[in-house]
Write a protein of this length. Structure first.
Length: 180
């Protein structure tokens, strides 16, 4: 019984780490711009200024709101998983495992939103010279830096794998205890 309690506590800690990593992922800058284009983009918000004018994009606004919605739903499911993991009733343990498994589509949603945002952000000009019929236009050069989101995405997936393994072990031990 102590072993089961320790596994449940470990599951709860792994889930809390996964939730923290998810929020760090959406709040951390995906891309940072310096030069003619100044600003940053994260899955939570963005602030991009091109030649003194604020850049607004419906696509980026959509990705921001969908990422926040997906993360909030995901977080509420994980809190449910933690709450039901400590239940003695087997039905609640199954509910906890289902809530833990529901996190898998969240990764796909966040990955897809990241891809859509990067495609939209790739349209921002970084070249310093544009030749037109009226002549050559020289813009200040823009440097693009990637944020720490790749590392956070990896940590997010590792925490999820640990969490699901612990939850499967808890479920197995509960089944074993019911059979004896």
């Amino acid at each position: 019984m102590k072993r089961l309690l320790m596994l449940r506590i470990a599951f709860s800690v792994a889930t809390a780490i996964e939730i923290s990593t998810a929020f760090l992922y959406i709040f951390s800058p995906l891309i940072v711009f310096r030069g003619g284009v100044e600003g940053f983009y994260s899955l939570y918000t963005y602030n991009i200024v091109f030649l003194g004018e604020a850049v607004r994009s419906d696509v980026l606004n959509y990705t921001n709101s969908m990422a926040l919605l997906a993360t909030l739903i995901y977080t509420s499911l994980q809190v449910l998983a933690i709450a039901t993991a400590f239940s003695r009733r087997f039905e609640y343990i199954e509910l906890s495992f289902g809530a833990a498994l529901a996190s898998i589509p969240c990764y796909g949603i966040l990955s897809g939103l990241t891809t859509v945002a990067l495609r939209e952000l790739s349209r921002i000009p970084t070249t310093s010279r544009v030749v037109t019929l009226a002549g050559t236009i020289v813009f200040p050069e823009t440097q693009v830096f990637k944020g720490p989101t790749q590392t956070l995405a990896t940590a997010f997936l590792i925490a999820s794998a640990v969490k699901l393994t612990l939850m499967a072990t808890v479920l197995y031990m509960q089944l074993k205890a019911l059979r004896t």
